[in-house]
Design a protein around this ligand. Structure first.
Ligand code: ATP
Ligand code: MG
Length: 561
């Protein structure tokens, strides 16, 4: 690819709206341009990388028996209503005005639609269907460049199986294929247990890259390898205090005491002697959730436990439900369902709200005093707590999700009536799995892990070109002729070459662009070295330079490749 015949608009300045390195570098290197918030165009150089990533994904999907499809992005809304996902996706779903269409944010429904009545016998199962296609999601906060876009490229795959054993096999195949894909893209990643969220279904795992720009948080144990999204992660943490002598409960006047910290200061107690109350509404019914001390409710865990629609009660609803405002609510006398975090299970002489403003109750033993109380793990793991598997210290950090594999089960096949007949002619719903990878996220995360102050550092196989050939002063006949010939010769030898053949920019601009674009090897053709029959070679990874005979260049490059 010649610079002079291609559109590679590199920029010197850092774009104003870009914060994270991959976003800055993708714009500066002329790989992407923003059209509107969360909507990006890929320019030729950037799109070349998208294709390289897509090819790797395609090869690994084909290797596990995947069949490539192309489903439409424009979907009749009706089919999304049938599974209840117009409501489940809410504002994320793009609707076409005045028409009953939506823009597909994923394709479970469409896969189920095409399987219905077409895959009807056990003999036709299993199937692995996949595509690499544009998805649309009206993300409320598009950010970090292509990492969270409103339109993005996803590899989505779906397995169709007879039963859950079949699903386990399909799931394991995807797990393996994903590891190969991310390994081949040379990414450092973690595989973590995750929540199934709006997708529904049972087991799910995410492939994550550690990054401060990430919007997910994961807990990781270096010693045993335990890794989980904090939405589901567990830990061993200090539980509620158990005193040898158990008191009966009693009311205490606590004027203006609202928070756990204020309560601890007022009564001179430790937060491990307190139970904090939060009220949620589950299908119109209040549920009191009790947490130890200052622990916050992990709403994903609560959502998975209760199932369906859960929301925090509004401040103005609290008094009617409990008799008190926030800060004075508690389990004693609370008339509805109560669920306590399991750290509270063994505690006694606990303090909590009295369901009466400006009063608390002490001496609570939940097991004794609250009939029908339920216990569940409802807290969020914190950095430094102990690993549930090996008791070693957990590290909690931000991460970007690259891919997600889900065991869906029969949610979609049941909603849409997708059945097959078994050996005995009996009808069953097809068991489904769903597996996604964000193609642009691979692109951006690769850069997040491979850059320096000068620019991107591409390594094979994602490098858009093997060699960046620079003709330094193209007005010099010998430099131009030699560079032109080298460009042809290198391509004949099978190298992919980006050729800076511009004659209207300085050597400095060319060097800066070469470092910014980051091809693995730079070959620099300059007047001075040419006089001695030599050219300069620079390796982008180490920035190591060497001068070598032009005649030995191709041999050397082949060794390097
Ligand atoms: P997130 O939690 O980041 O919103 P998700 O759980 O909604 O992701 P999935 O529905 O599982 O994502 O989609 C599969 C893959 O598609 C993700 O693992 C991610 O790589 C990619 N992806 C999801 N949303 C976006 C987006 N808005 N922009 C770019 N890629 C995305
Ligand atoms: Mg999402």
């Amino acid at each position: 690819m010649r610079f002079t015949k291609n559109f590679i608009p590199t920029l010197k300045e850092i774009p104003a709206d870009a914060v994270i390195p991959s976003h800055v570098l993708m714009i500066r290197s002329g790989m992407v341009r923003m059209l509107s918030a969360g909507i990006y165009s890929f320019l030729p150089l950037g799109y070349k990388i998208v294709r390289k990533i897509s090819d790797i994904i395609r090869e690994e999907m084909n290797a596990i028996g995947g069949q490539e499809f192309h489903f439409p992005g424009l979907n009749p809304k009706e089919i999304w209503d049938a599974t209840g996902r117009v409501e489940a996706f809410g504002d994320i779903l793009f609707h076409i005005k005045n028409r009953e269409y939506v823009l597909a944010p994923t394709h479970e429904e469409i896969v189920a639609f095409h399987a219905k009545g077409a895959v009807t016998s056990y003999k036709e199962l299993p199937q692995i269907w996949y595509q690499i296609q544009t998805k649309f999601r009206n993300e409320p906060r598009p950010r970090s460049g292509v990492i969270r876009g409103r339109q993005f490229l996803m590899k989505d795959a779906y397995t169709l199986d007879k039963d859950f054993e079949g699903l386990d096999v399909g799931y394991a195949k995807h797990d393996m294929a994903y590891r190969k894909i991310f390994d081949r893209c040379r990414l450092k990643y973690f595989v973590v247990g995750a929540s199934s969220g709006a997708m529904g279904g049972s087991k799910s795992e995410e492939f994550m890259v550690k990054s401060d720009a990430g919007e997910d948080t994961i807990a990781y144990c270096e010693k045993c390898g335990y890794a989980a999204n904090v939405e589901v992660a567990q830990s061993v943490a200090k539980s509620a205090t158990r005193h040898s002598e158990s008191k009966s409960y009693y009311e205490i006047s606590t004027p203006n005491v609202k928070s756990i910290d204020e309560l601890c200061a007022f009564l001179k107690i430790d937060e491990h002697e307190t139970a904090k109350s939060r009220i949620y509404i589950h299908y119109g019914k209040p549920v009191l959730v009790l947490m130890l001390g200052n622990d916050e409710v992990n709403e994903t865990k609560l959502g998975s436990l209760l199932g369906g629609n859960v929301r925090p009660a509004h401040p103005e609803e609290l008094k009617e439900i409990s008799g008190a405002d926030a800060g004075s609510i508690g389990p004693i006398g609370f008339k509805n369902r109560i669920i306590a975090d399991k750290l509270l299970k063994e505690g006694n002489n606990l303090y909590s709200g009295a369901n009466k403003n400006d009063y608390h109750i002490g001496g609570i033993d939940l097991k004794r005093d609250v009939p029908n109380i339920e216990y569940a793990d409802l807290r969020t793991v914190e950095n430094g707590e102990s690993c549930v598997r090996c008791s070693s210290t957990l590290e909690v950090f931000k991460a970007i999700e690259l891919g997600h594999i889900f065991k869906l089960g029969t949610k979609y096949s049941e909603a849409l009536g997708v059945n097959y007949l078994d050996e005995n002619g009996k009808e069953h719903p097809i068991v489904m799995g769903s597996y996604g990878i964000g193609v642009e996220r691979i692109f951006a995360c690769y850069i997040e892990q491979n850059y320096d102050d000068k620019g991107i550092i591409w390594k094979k196989p994602l490098a858009p070109f093997d060699i960046h050939l620079i003709g330094l002063n193209m007005k010099n006949g010998l430099v131009a002729d030699t560079s032109n010939k080298l460009y042809d010769d290198l391509q004949k030898e099978g190298f992919e070459v980006l050729y800076d053949d511009r004659n209207d920019v300085s050597a400095g601009v060319k060097f800066n662009d070469a470092d910014l674009l980051g091809m693995p090897v730079q070959v620099i053709v300059g007047e001075k070295n040419l006089k001695d029959g030599k050219v300069e070679l620079k390796l982008r990874v180490t920035n190591e330079k060497s001068i070598l005979e032009l005649s030995g260049l191709i041999k050397k490059l082949k060794e390097q490749n």
